[in-house]
Structure formats: structure tokens, C-alpha cells
Design a protein around this ligand. Structure first.
Ligand SMILES: Cc1ncc(COP(=O)(O)O)c(C=O)c1O
Length: 419
């Protein structure tokens, strides 16, 4: 039995950092249970972005004047901070993109184009988001290569270890795998998979979109070759994402875009590239995004990622236990609350479409996600559903909101006459 008192870490007070929770939706206190989609933003992040516009809005790497030097140094500090946060060797290994999706596409379009040839294999898994499927399908099509999938085990909660071994025997050129699933909440053992994949000479890219705000990430410990994530899922602004890459790989890859800032010299006939990480950042970047992301990481560090993980797991345990007591509900993903899952819970109510469920939640002022969660192969082919409802947590959520969610489920069942 999970007690509400288990959450005695004082973390609940951080909710007041998030101005959006002053809102009422449909006359009810706003409850946001859709953080896997995007996180809400604390006032510290909003202030950092606003300060940039109010006090030192200017382009980076160009102006020889006070505010331009300030914006350049803030942009570089942001990269240094991220490098430290994920334990990269230096900020040379931190490329800013628009989001996880662009980070993965960047690898597929640069290294992928050069490295993958006809009849080669690219290995992904059954629980990927479309952004870690489609770029590889496109690459495979360009190169007449094959995309293979690591299957789920019988429980449909974790990857099948035998399938991993079997697929690696094909010596895939690239292995692309999510750190944590946005549907099942499953955390994959990316360190072990990387270790095995490297024995087969594969380049490993990890999609960390769901993991970064739920657990500490150490790219050198994982030893992956690339790690991709988005600022907006970790309390930072949208429009900026990160691609970590090992320096020796980035050095040997060509840039994706050409333009200002990514060059060293240009003549009428020639060009030479800038050094890392600028080679991959053509044109004026998302400066305010980098500054906001820096503030978001400050914010996570101030609370402590371990405390955030503990908080999210306590809420997940409470939700899972109470969902298991309601008839006609199927929960997908691991039922054990341990370090092999994050605070994402997908479920289905027999006889009810998830869109109807989400509408009932909305009428109660509660935001949840309903649909295919941009993971159609997982939902429609592996789980054999057309859509699922999903509740996901982060640091600002509390037990009261879960109790309200449980009531909303009961209301939906009654309204649509499911028992
Ligand atoms: C596991 C996973 N990968 C990738 C993405 C794509 O992230 P973005 O839309 O920020 O590129 C998401 C977004 O939900 C995700 O959950």
C-alpha cells in the first residue's frame, strides 16, 4: 500500500515557481498531467529569457560591444553548463539544434549518409518515438539499407534480451535507442546495449528526450556516441535541443547546413569549416533558448535530480496502485516502480476511446495526453491498440491531482456507461 506520506521531501513547495498553476481551466484548478509532452516553465526560466530581451538582446559572435559580449558569453556558458550536466568532455561536444528530432536527423543526414551503404543494417527498437524511427527509415531508403527492430519481451514492458543479441549479430552500422519510452515509461539499459553494440562496431545514438528531466545522465558512463534531447521537456524553452557527440566523431562529420558562423573562411570558390561546435550551427542560433535552457538546468540542480526522480516515482507508485483497483483498466508498461521506469503511465479503459477520456479530464481542468503518442509502431503493432490515454508527472505534480484524475476516470466510465 502506497501512503501519501511517502512524499515528505518538501518538494511540493516548488509548485509555486510555476506561474501557470495560478490558472483555472473550466472553472477548476489547473492540473497538468502531460509533462512527457512538454514540461511547464518555472519563473526563473521565464525571467532569464525576459532579462535577455530587456537588457542585452544582441547577436552572438559578431559585435565588439558590451551587450554583444554579454550575450556571447551567456551562450557559451549555457553550453559549458550542459557539457557539465551530462558529463561531456567539453562544450565542443554540445551542438544546439531545434529539438531531439533535429538532433537525430542531423546524425542521420551527416554521419548516416557517409557511413551507411547498400544492404547495411540500422537497428532501432519497438518502443521508439517517430523521431527515432522516420529519420532512419529515410536514410535506409536513400541507401537501400534495412531498418531492424529489437522486439519487446512477452510482458511488453521491456526489450527482449534475446532479440537484442540476435539483431546485433547483423553488425548494424547504427544502433538508435531511446533511454526512456514516452509510452511505457520503460528505462532501457542503454549502457549495456552500447557496450554490446560497440563489440559489433556499431555507432550508438541515444534518444534522451524523456530521460533528461527524470534521471541523471552521464554520457561518458553510457559511452554512447551521440545523445539527443530537447530543452522543452526539462523546464526550458521550446525551439532548442541538444546533440551531444563524441568529439572525434563530430570532427570527422561534415556539417548539415551551410551559412554564417559555421565557416572559418570563404572565397568565391572555396570555404573551410569553423571548429567545433560552431561547424554545426549555421546562422543566428536560438540565443534566448540557450539562456533559458541554462536557467532550466540551474533550476534542476537547485532541486536535485535525485529528489525529482524520487518525487516522480512516489507519484507513479500511488497512481499505479490506485489504477489497479479500478475495473476495466489496462495499464501498459512496467508495474514495478524502480530505476527501470520513469513517471509516464499509459492506460486504456475498456469500451472508451482515449479522446473521450481526455475530454472528460479537460472538463475537470486536468490535461492528459490521448492518441498514438507519436509511437504508432509500438501502439498499433506491438500493443495492438489504436490509441492510449497517458498521465505523466514532473516536479510540480502532487497527490491531490492524482486523486482528481482517479475521480475523472470514474466520471468518464459513468458518463459513457462503462459499468
Ligand atoms: C522519446 C522521445 N523521443 C523524441 C521525442 C521528440 O522530441 P521533440 O518533439 O522535442 O523533438 C519525444 C517527444 O515526445 C519523445 O518522447
Amino acid at each position: 500500500m502506497v501512503s501519501k506520506n511517502d512524499l515528505s521531501d518538501g518538494i511540493e513547495s516548488v509548485r509555486s515557481d510555476f506561474p501557470i498553476f495560478k490558472r483555472r481551466i473550466n472553472g477548476k484548478r489547473f492540473a497538468y498531467l502531460d509533462s512527457a509532452s512538454t514540461s511547464q516553465k518555472p519563473k526563473q526560466v521565464i525571467k532569464a529569457i525576459s532579462d535577455y530581451y530587456v537588457n542585452y538582446n544582441s547577436n552572438i559572435h559578431r559585435g565588439i560591444y558590451n551587450i554583444a559580449e554579454k550575450s556571447t558569453s551567456m551562450y557559451i556558458s549555457s553550453k559549458e553548463h550542459i557539457a557539465k550536466y551530462i558529463n561531456a568532455n567539453s562544450y565542443n561536444e554540445i551542438i544546439y539544434t531545434r529539438n531531439t528530432t533535429e538532433s537525430i536527423n542531423l546524425v542521420a543526414l551527416t554521419l548516416g549518409n557517409e557511413y551507411v551503404n547498400k544492404e547495411d543494417h540500422i537497428l532501432i527498437t519497438d518502443l521508439e518515438h517517430h523521431s527515432n524511427i522516420v529519420p532512419w527509415q529515410l536514410l535506409a531508403k536513400r541507401k537501400s539499407a534495412a531498418v531492424d527492430y529489437i522486439k519487446l519481451d512477452e510482458s511488453k514492458e521491456h526489450l527482449d534480451i534475446n532479440s537484442i543479441k540476435e539483431q546485433l549479430e547483423k553488425d548494424p552500422k547504427i544502433v538508435a535507442i531511446s533511454h526512456a519510452s514516452n509510452v511505457l515509461g520503460t528505462v532501457n539499459d542503454v549502457k549495456e546495449i552500447t557496450r554490446e553494440a560497440h563489440k559489433h562496431g556499431s555507432i550508438v545514438i541515444v534518444d534522451g528526450a524523456q530521460a533528461v528531466s527524470h534521471m541523471s545522465v552521464d554520457v561518458r558512463d553510457i559511452n554512447c556516441d551521440f545523445y539527443a534531447f530537447s530543452s522543452h521537456k526539462m523546464f526550458g524553452p521550446s525551439g532548442i535541443g541538444v546533440l551531444y557527440g563524441k568529439e572525434e566523431l563530430l570532427e570527422n562529420m561534415g556539417p548539415l547546413y551551410g551559412g554564417g558562423d559555421m565557416i572559418h573562411t570563404v572565397t568565391h570558390d572555396t570555404y573551410s569549416w569553423n571548429s567545433l561546435p560552431w561547424k554545426f550551427e549555421a546562422g543566428t542560433p536560438n540565443i534566448e533558448g540557450a539562456i533559458g535552457l541554462n536557467a532550466a538546468i540551474d533550476y534542476i540542480e537547485q532541486i536535485g535530480i535525485q529528489r525529482i526522480a524520487k518525487h516522480n516515482m512516489a507519484l507513479t507508485a500511488y497512481l499505479l496502485e490506485h489504477l489497479s483497483k479500478i475495473d476495466d483498466i489496462t495499464v501498459y508498461g512496467p508495474k514495478n516502480v524502480d530505476n527501470r521506469r520513469i513517471g509516464v503511465v499509459s492506460f486504456d479503459i475498456k469500451g472508451l476511446h482515449p479522446h473521450d477520456v481526455a475530454q472528460v479530464f479537460d472538463s475537470e481542468g486536468i490535461a492528459i495526453r490521448a492518441g498514438h503518442h507519436c509511437a504508432m509502431p509500438l501502439i498499433t503493432e506491438s500493443l495492438n491498440r489504436s490509441a492510449l490515454s497517458r498521465i505523466s508527472f514532473n516536479v510540480y505534480n502532487n497527490y491531490v491531482e492524482i486523486d482528481r484524475a482517479l475521480k475523472a476516470i470514474k466520471k468518464a466510465k459513468k458518463l459513457f456507461k462503462v459499468k
